[in-house]
Design a protein around this ligand. Structure first.
Ligand code: FE2
Length: 755
């Protein structure tokens, strides 16, 4: 093919147009290839064999274009290490019409009618990666593709283009995923993903993790995922021994190692991907070019500040560009770290408009700087809501004086925010799906009146201020815009938080009751990353936080301890003890009650042999009624007569209820279902009503890995959360799926149903 037919885009993205009829093999004659003719490339005197060690990939399907990707090197060189210019090669890309079906993912010879035959160069400048944008394609159509160098063939890939924006489309099916930490758990989910019938895949970020040996990466991992190597990686401060990607070579090395997994390669061969990044493509909880490995320095004049690493950010950008098949431009000449623009949109007929946002590159500092608080706890995690909104208001006042009220409190930045608004407002599609990295659902813990919780935690807290909860004003601005403009059927698809959620995002979460619904947020768990639950569970295993443990997990034995405390407090109250925090007065009342034979002494002794297996109570905190699992555990201990404490407590409650009912009703006649709510240590002791922290959350599974599949029609969006089984004896489980949860949203209805 004549090189002049290329449009050479900035940052070595080449482009060419497909021809429906005529294309010649590279270096061959001008004769047209018919549908059945051989597609063998020209022979070469050079006998060198080549490898495609990171497979192939297709990305950003539009109605007339696609981006195709590979990386090629001579077969005898290290597939991960970067190589010099001597390893450059010329590579042929063939694109054929139709689904290559059984050939997909194999290294067979691609067949079919050729629509493009393009010559490309794999250069050391881009680590021998190649990306090519092919235009002139037909909409809603399958194509096959293969790269060939000197007779060595990549595997055969396939992709499906999007339907033209004005086309009627009856159905669309896609998966969304995030958080695929190589170093923990397993990637069996990718094997499962291969079996799905999908038009494309959306990746919401954390495609790589920039660290190795971090606390959250030290759990068990499948045997085939060996230790990752960083050519230059720097040690993190402190003595954790963890290292992080520092240089371009490091970031490249991570993509190359992650992409060496054959399951991930097969997924890329089968489905085009639309990817955005989150924090770990650069640095944990990053904003702009700033990192949060330490708490930064505090300057009362400027506010606190994290460490800015512009060169490192630019390297991270470049590696993402080199390895992800995205229709974006990389501008190495750009000043600062704005070398890429990732936010972009896609149309799939009249059925769906997909709007992908970048929630890291233009982000302002966290509202409460770590440096001011001295710790990530209190600034990014478990943040007092009142303090958060007070500081946000201060920053908005400064921003207002400078011309943009949201400038210092923004995730999107003004340009992207304006683009987001106009894109959504002008969209004619039935469904507007927002590829959004961090959850829009408020995740709060109102611990102001919770018994037993450490006093430092007895506040109204947001669990994670790195997500939209930490940028409430901008969230309100966006969601208010949706409401004011009556934009219907907006659904966010989200990753980041390593757990599944579904709920209704509100423009104003402080309204009581919440009455400003704007969109539905569907949040997928990580593909492999350690769960949100795990982070909190390991925190409250620390004896210093033991009194907050019941908010995260309990057990049979733990629930019995709670029953003993509740019983003791109840007895002390009846005995007239006014200060229930005075443990000697409480225990004196208990001793007196035992001596008076009001309660058996065994009711205050832990039962031997009760299970200590952790039972998740964090789901109740996030998306249910706080304490309901503990109440159920105590009720079960009572019903099965496994614990005298539980039986005694349940008996007293039944007696109380019977007394209130009166009319000769006895405790034995009170059904267990009426007793159970009062076994909840967090419930209102008079009404039995349990606290609900987040009434907008309809579903929460905080301890999960998996991905989500969406099936879209004009009338309905159906989503399946596919939760996957953990490692079994260090091996990938033979049965990958543990549980499917079906969710549905009806067109025109701002609600998500859990089926
Ligand atoms: Fe993640």
């Amino acid at each position: 093919m004549d090189r002049r037919q290329f449009i050479r885009l900035a940052g070595f993205m080449t482009a060419s147009a497909a021809s429906p009829i005529l294309l010649t093999a590279c270096g061959g004659t001008d004769s047209a290839l018919g549908p059945t003719e051989s597609l063998s490339p020209s022979s070469s005197p050079n006998p060198m064999q080549y490898q495609f060690p990171q497979g192939i990939a297709a990305g950003d399907p539009r109605s007339d274009s696609i981006v195709l990707w590979t990386r090629v090197l001579p077969r005898n060189v290290d597939p991960i290490a970067s190589q010099g210019a001597a390893m450059n090669s010329t590579i042929q890309l063939l694109v054929t019409e139709g689904d290559p079906a059984g050939l997909t993912g194999s290294e067979g010879v691609i067949t079919g009618k050729v629509v493009a035959n393009v010559t490309l160069e794999a250069l050391s400048e881009w680590d021998h990666s190649v990306r090519h944008k092919l235009t002139g394609l037909a909409g809603n159509t399958y194509y096959g593709y293969q790269f060939i160098v000197n007779g060595s063939r990549s595997m055969v890939g396939r992709f499906k283009t999007a339907a033209a924006a004005n086309a009627d489309l009856a159905q669309l099916q896609f998966a969304f995923l995030s958080c695929q930490d190589w170093s923990i758990h397993h990637w069996g989910g990718f094997s499962q993903l291969l079996t799905e019938d999908l038009d494309f895949i959306v990746h919401l970020g954390d495609y790589i993790y920039e660290t190795i040996g971090e606390d959250f990466q030290t759990g068990q991992v499948e045997a085939r995922h060996g230790a990752l190597k960083l050519p230059d990686g720097a040690f993190k401060a402190g003595n954790s021994g963890a290292r992080y990607a520092l240089t371009l070579a490091d970031y490249r090395a991570l993509y190359k190692q992650y992409r060496s997994d054959p399951r991930l390669q097969q997924v890329h061969a089968r489905f085009a991907m639309i990817a955005i990044w989150d924090d770990h493509e650069f640095s944990d909880d990053c904003w702009g070019d700033a990192t949060t490995y330490d708490n930064g320095t505090y300057d009362p004049q400027r506010g606190g500040d994290n460490k800015h690493e512009t060169t490192r950010r630019r390297s991270a950008n470049q590696a993402w560009y080199e390895f992800m098949p995205a229709d974006i431009v990389f501008d190495a000449k750009a000043s600062s770290f704005h070398t890429v623009r990732l936010y972009r949109d896609f149309q799939f007929g009249q059925l769906m408009h997909l709007v992908m946002t970048d929630e890291r590159l233009y982000r302002a500092d966290h509202i409460l700087p770590e440096a001011a608080v001295g710790s990530s706890v209190g600034s990014r995690y478990l943040v007092p809501s009142q303090q958060l909104s007070a500081v946000e208001a201060q920053k908005m006042a400064i921003g207002k004086a400078q011309g943009d009220e949201l400038a210092l409190v923004s995730i999107l930045g003004k340009t992207q925010r304006d683009w987001w608004k106009s894109t959504l407002k002008n969209s004619k599609a039935q469904w507007k799906v927002w590829g959004n990295e961090v959850s829009l659902l408020k995740m709060r813990l109102d611990a102001r009146n919770l018994p037993g919780v450490p006093s430092a935690l007895q506040q109204d807290l947001v669990l994670n201020a790195d997500q939209w909860d930490g940028f409430n004003a901008e969230r309100s601005d966006l969601l208010q815009f949706i409401r004011q403009n009556q934009i219907k059927n907006v659904v966010a698809i989200t990753g980041d938080i390593h757990s599944f959620y579904a709920g209704v995002a509100h423009a104003d979460y402080s309204a009581t009751p919440p009455n400003t619904p704007a969109l539905i947020d569907l949040v997928t768990a990580g593909m492999s990353s350690d769960s949100f639950y795990h982070y909190f569970a390991s925190a409250v295993r620390d004896p210093a936080l033991a009194s907050a443990q019941a908010l995260v997990f309990s057990s049979e034995a733990g629930a019995e301890q709670i029953a003993i405390q509740m019983l003791s407090v109840g007895i002390a109250q009846q005995a007239g003890v006014s200060d229930l925090s005075n443990s000697s007065q409480v225990s004196a009342a208990v001793t007196a009650a035992i001596q008076a034979k009001i309660v058996p002494a065994q009711a205050f002794v832990a039962t031997a042999g009760l299970s200590r297996s952790e039972v998740n109570t964090f789901n109740d905190l996030l998306g249910g009624q706080l304490g309901q699992t503990i109440a159920a555990l105590i009720a079960n201990l009572a019903a099965t007569k496994k614990s005298i404490a539980a039986q005694t407590l349940a008996g007293f409650i039944a007696q109380n209820i019977a007394q209130k009912v009166g009319g000769g009703i006895t405790a034995a006649q009170i059904p267990a279902s009426q007793v159970t709510p009062f076994l909840n240590p967090f419930a209102n002791p008079t009404t039995g009503a349990a606290p609900v922290n987040n009434p907008w959350i309809r579903y929460a599974d905080t301890d999960a890995q998996g991905y989500a599949v969406v099936k879209l029609t004009p009338t309905q969006l159906q989503c399946t959360f596919r939760k996957i089984n953990p490692l079994q004896n260090g091996q990938v489980p033979s049965q990958i799926i543990m549980k499917d949860t079906q969710l549905s949203i009806q067109s025109g209805v701002l609600e998500v149903k859990v089926n």
